[in-house]
Design a binder for this molecule. Structure first.
Ligand code: ZN
Length: 79
């Protein structure tokens, strides 16, 4: 069974669809039960969507760097 730490560690891979089917099911099962992780998942997904949808090619690197810092804070704080 996955705990929050494991889910959060895999969350960015999960959002990017870079996890095995087994892992995906385990994460989905956890997200369905765990309000805290599902909030982090929601935030991460929305943030990535905004970034990939609105940043023009060649956008300042600092923007995505800031995002990564923010995501790391989220993961560190949620675990
Ligand atoms: Zn959790």
């Amino acid at each position: 069974m996955f705990d929050c730490r494991q889910v959060l560690a895999e969350l960015s891979n999960y959002v990017d669809d870079e996890v095995t089917l087994e892992l995906r099911h385990a994460i989905e099962e956890h997200l369905a039960r765990c309000g805290r992780c599902s909030v982090v998942y929601d935030t991460t997904r929305r943030t990535l969507k905004i970034v990939s949808g609105s940043l023009p090619p060649g956008a300042p690197l600092a923007v995505s760097e800031r995002l990564h810092v923010r995501l790391r804070q989220l993961f560190a704080g949620g675990a």
